[in-house]
Design a protein around this ligand. Sequence first.
Ligand code: NAP
Length: 289
Amino acid sequence: MKKIGFIGLGIMGCNMATNLQKKGYRLTIYNRTKEKATELIRHGAIWANTPKEVAKNSEILITMLSTPEVVQEVALGTNGFLKNMNKGSIWINSSTVNPSFTVKMGVIAQKNHIRYLDAPVAGTRGPAEKGELLFLVGGKTEDIQEASPLFDIMGKKTLSLGKIGNGASIKMLINQLLGQSMVAFTEALIMGEAMGIPKETLFNVLLNTPVVAPVITAIRPKLETNNYEANFPLKWIHKDLHLSSISAYEQEITAPNLNITKEIFAQAKQQGYGELDFTSIYQYLHTKK
Ligand code: NAP
């Protein structure tokens, strides 16, 4: 079995690393907050004090960090891992980052003789726990094949999408649609309630029409119970919509609806909803009535 490094043990990373460990992989791990690694360490993972140390002990290194800025700092900053990786080893970057950023990381990796996979995931806490993520991967076919035993443990499907950047592009579009669908449905729900239609009726009727995105069915329980413990923190959908906005600028296209949606989430974040689940946008917009 290859030696695996894992950096970034948040909601997603901790579950992904746990699934690899359960299948017998000996992991070397690092996270800014060590407490989140307690269970992995208890079950035999090797703790590294720096990202650099992880690199030295890994043939494949997976990162599941929050933002492009953080990925860059952890890869290239003081004690960064990239320059300390063994030549010919693979870096799987599973964070949601923008396409131009992932292309830049791919170029830097190649200059350092590291093979790079642009490998974000679709699916949230539940699929991460169950090993049912969808991997959207850009990179060389032979590198994807070499990493596929890991993708198969952490996910239920891997899409090989061609060149580096394509994984990040598709992931970004998925989250753009997710944010927009969420706001569109929320506005309709609040309007229906204001007109005196019971919430349950609105769900039962609207969710059985083709105009509502299927994802709304999955998040219905959150909206019904007002339980906004984060599976996908609102601050990260705001980040992802911002990444889409950057990409629209880079591509010289207009995306007015995207940018309005982004600002709605920005306002919610400013009002303290950032650490809650992104579905709390319903509560935020409801209180604006
Ligand atoms: P999370 O729970 O907030 O974890 C973020 C990770 O980044 C943690 O390991 C955190 O370390 C680390 N980090 C943040 N700032 C850092 C810094 N300045 N220096 C070093 N490490 C830092 O987020 P998540 O939900 O797991 O998401 C991780 C990535 O996956 C994001 O790009 C997100 O957009 C994407 N994603 C999330 C979901 C989802 O449903 N949650 C689904 C698909 C993709 P600490 O533990 O020390 O804070």
